[in-house]
Design a protein around this ligand. Sequence first.
Ligand code: SF4
Length: 904
Amino acid sequence: MIKITIDGNQINVRENITIFEACLEAGIEIPTICHDKYLPHIGRCKVCIVNADNQYVTSCNTKIYDGMNLVTNTNELNEIRNTNIQLMLESVDFKKLPENLKKLAVSSIKRVSTTNSQKTINNPFFSFNPDLCFLCGKCVSACSNLQGRFIWNFRNKGKKLGLSIGIYESFEDAGCEFSGTCVDFCPTGAISHNRRLSKIVSKCETICSYCGVGCQIELFFDGENIISKPIQKSEKYSSLCVKGRYGNSYVLNSQRLKNPLVRKYLLENLSKKEATKDNDHELVEVSWEKALDIISDNLIRVYENYGGDAISFMSSAKCTNEENYLFQKLARQIFKTNNVDHCARLCHSSTVVGLIETVGSGAMTNGMDDIAENAKTVFIIGANVTEQHPVFGVKIRRAVMERKINLIVADPRFIDIAEFSDIYLNIKSGTDIYLINALCRIILENNWQDDTFINERCENFEEFKEYILRFDIDEAIDKTGIDYDTLFKSAKLIATEKPTAAIWAMGVTQHIYGVDNVIAISNLQLLTGNVGLKGGGLNPLRGQNNVQGACDMGGLPDVFPGYQKVIDKDVVYKFQEFWKFEHDTQLSNTPGYTVTEMIDNLDKSVKALYIMGENPAMTEPDIQHVAEKLKMCEFLVIQDIFPTETSKFADVILPAATFAEKDGTFTNTERRIQKLSPLFAPMYNSKTDFEILTALANILISKMKLKPSGNFSSWNYSSYEDVMNEINGAAPIYEKVNYEIIQKNNVCWPVNSKYPEGAPILHQESFSRGKGRFFAIYPQRPHEIVDENFPLILNTGRELYHWHGGELTRRVDELSKISDHPVVLIHSEDAKMYGIKDNSNVKIISKRGEIIAKAFITERNQKGTIFGNFHFYEGNVNTLTAKALDQKAKIPQYKISAVKIQLV
Ligand code: SF4
């Protein structure tokens, strides 16, 4: 503490703070326009001027020192402040200013003019009105310092000073991500959201329903519109991405499923085969009672005729933990099948399998804030982090700008985050193992490995070392396209500038050797001792909002909740006792079908398929094949928010509620369990998945004359919290999770007797499997390689503005205005060779099918490659992808398909 004097009073204050902060702590409010606690202090408005030891200084950016004598309130100071305010406000329309600014300025305004020479600039999300801009610069600062974007700039000087987006015609061309951060900081309303509320009818604090970052948002509703805001709980400003900020109006979209629908032939007690008349297949609205009656009758029929394994269940990474728990309980307890899986199969099953082999747990080891605040080096491989996990991407950009971390990005595309990298490894598609093995070899040759860590915490090192020291670096250079010097620099940073966090996503996992890719990354992190420490770790970024939770809850065919294996007799016994009915048969101890196997067997062993919130007709590879299979399904139930490509094949469609109408929890990519709360009750005649599943289970129990006799056999839940109480007993990693703890302070699992407060970093003392294991990983060929007929490699993924099959984002007007048709990215040299211009319609053809999309010519793509997304049914790249699977994880190789392109 140091002593200073403020307006004649001596006080003790903390060191190293500004005059502004010291005054605030002493209860003295200094007027200001441009100051904000989240922004660097720029001293631009000069309204916060004070007298410090007889000098006028701006208080927001002047630090205090011992013995400083401050005067904050004199006529002279007020005169200067008023002049400064007047200078700022003289070009704005005073009448339109917010009340707080009018009050600040009212004593000083002598002249009001609207001669502002700036231009109005709009986009679908927010608008800029120059009449209200007094050039405080907060938007410029927020955009550059908080978002790492640099869209807003000042142009010209003196009287001509104005705000601009540089040389660009549109925000999109300027590279704006539409996070809305600038709007949050604009004090005058010059930059304002286009969608505004007339009044607030209801509001709630909940969790974003899009990606695995799991941002906390506040939702507001005025009876017609929904808007959202980021919740500020930490020292640093928390932003949202465009989807979290502007992408929630789908909740109110009139295309929502409103009532249960069944095919007419079911109402007439006909089987699918007997339904031969055209109108037999019409969808008819029915009551919930009727719909659940039909579903229960048909599931029981299939169960009694063919056994439980003839029914398959697709769980949902968009639903809550509690709902996923109930869904797999329905499958396992009532129908005695482990045929439960969900979209984790298609994104990170290779991560789960790979990491369980090497460290014993398939989850992200470290937290996003931990990496942003503590990593010295960040190695991102196959993760387009600023588009797919945008708020985490922003944190990484800030870590580069503020802490000067070393950033290495390996990706076949020059993705946005690569612009911030120290080293960009422009690897050829599918050569990750060559790259990582080469890095490991360079580390070993230079003795940069962490011997203490390896000796104390790892096994199988000698075998790995022997293999790696024989690994052919020249071949790696040839295959990856990365020269030795760049490999050397990367290896050195990863090994010696610790802690290093390895981050990956589907660029690594979606290969027929996805598991091996993950194990190779694990080898690298074990070799360098970068696991179990702050700022390091193995960090797979999970895609959907609750994909981590859906896995935790046992939405997988080989594990019960908490990753307890179905082949383990003791585990099966535990759940048998837990869920048993009187005179009941045993739970199945045979791993069930994966998502891809369920689809493949629809014309064989799988007679009924129940899909909760998934759309395999868009997201599976080779969707024409999927459509053929879905047509053959004897009984298909879809439970969803909107009609989908998959629901076209459904026998019964149930209208489900959205996240904004739900209670319960989501678990984000860093294992953080977070609480939802509803904005309003389910709209129309929809119900929450919790309500649907409990109602259906009780009907089944009654019709099947099952008598609950275990501690958790019955389905008498009155709330989501009741289900969480049951999860406590079922999943040891959720043993001590309760809503009170979560609401106070979100916790990362495991939350149990050993870690009652949760464990933000995994494997700190020992690995979940005991010792971390090295494996010698051999590179493999992709399932398909280019040839003269199909000379280009197709790489697939997502874009910032849409999410998965577009079910939600395409029902948001603003997002559709920015992106409303399928686009493929192509390198300029390829475009020239095929006579393709920007925006040309092109046909992409693979051995599976063809699509038409618009071409976008970019040097960010490697020559010889095409990149496309799966958001648009009109031109979905999954028409082109193949069902070639990793044999261990059953994940498809979405990232490599051989295609050709033609101008249409
Ligand atoms: Fe939602 Fe993810 Fe965007 Fe956060 S980063 S607002 S969780 S989509």
